[in-house]
Design a protein around this ligand. Structure first.
Ligand code: CO
Length: 211
């Protein structure tokens, strides 16, 4: 059997088991989608949103990319954000990074990963530059790497707060709350590192005054 065929086979077994446990399961899920959370995580296969939070289909709206970046020109991310905030009315946006992130690690090197990866990783190099003095003071390489993972998450949460999508929702509906989390591959634990409640003031340069 080919590897991908096993996936299809496992899927059939999973669907059968779900239906046996709860005959109305798929029928119910097909009619409603009211997740409370938007998850912006890393594409890394070891950090599956539902599994590590023990949540079910229907509970978390998910967007994943390399190193969980929030880039203000990324139409994909912004479409997900707009849909989740304005239409699904989600209450919490979680940016979840993870220690050992290959994207963050790559950005700490001077290696040419070729376009377009160089373009993508540039955003993480910019985070490093913003926190250069703190990071350069950390002698231990793993600790410096871990700290950049955390700072990257903080930065991405702040990027969310700079969007008119979030600012409009904050002004009109006092939601969503923004969270920056870091997952540890070594023990499976998520550490909250940053939070912005609805209405938090940010650098005035980025605040819209005519939403
Ligand atoms: Co990663």
């Amino acid at each position: 059997m080919k590897a991908y065929e096993k996936l299809l086979l496992e899927n059939k077994a999973w669907a059968k088991e779900k239906t046996e446990d709860d005959p109305g399961y798929f029928e119910r899920l097909s009619h409603i989608q009211t997740p409370e959370f938007l998850w912006i995580g890393c594409s890394d296969s070891r950090v599956p949103a539902n599994e590590i939070t023990n949540t079910q289909p229907g509970e978390i709206f998910v967007h994943r990319n390399v190193a969980n970046l929030v880039i203000h020109t990324d139409v994909n991310l912004l479409s997900v954000l707009e849909y989740a905030v304005a239409h699904l009315k989600i209450k919490h946006v979680i940016v979840c990074g993870h220690y050992g992130c290959g994207g963050v690690k790559a950005a700490m090197t001077n290696h040419d990963f070729k376009q377009v990866l160089n373009m993508w990783l540039r955003n993480i190099k910019d985070v490093y530059r913003l926190h250069r003095s703190e990071l350069d003071d950390i002698n231990d390489e793993t600790k410096r790497f871990n700290r950049l993972v955390e700072l990257n998450v903080v930065e991405q949460v702040q990027h969310l707060a700079k969007t008119s999508i979030i600012q409009r929702a904050w002004q009109n509906e006092q939601r969503p709350h923004l969270h920056g989390w870091v997952y540890d591959l070594k023990d499976g634990i998520i550490n909250p590192v940053f939070e912005m409640t609805a209405g938090t003031h940010i650098d005035p340069l980025y605040e819209y005054d005519d939403l």
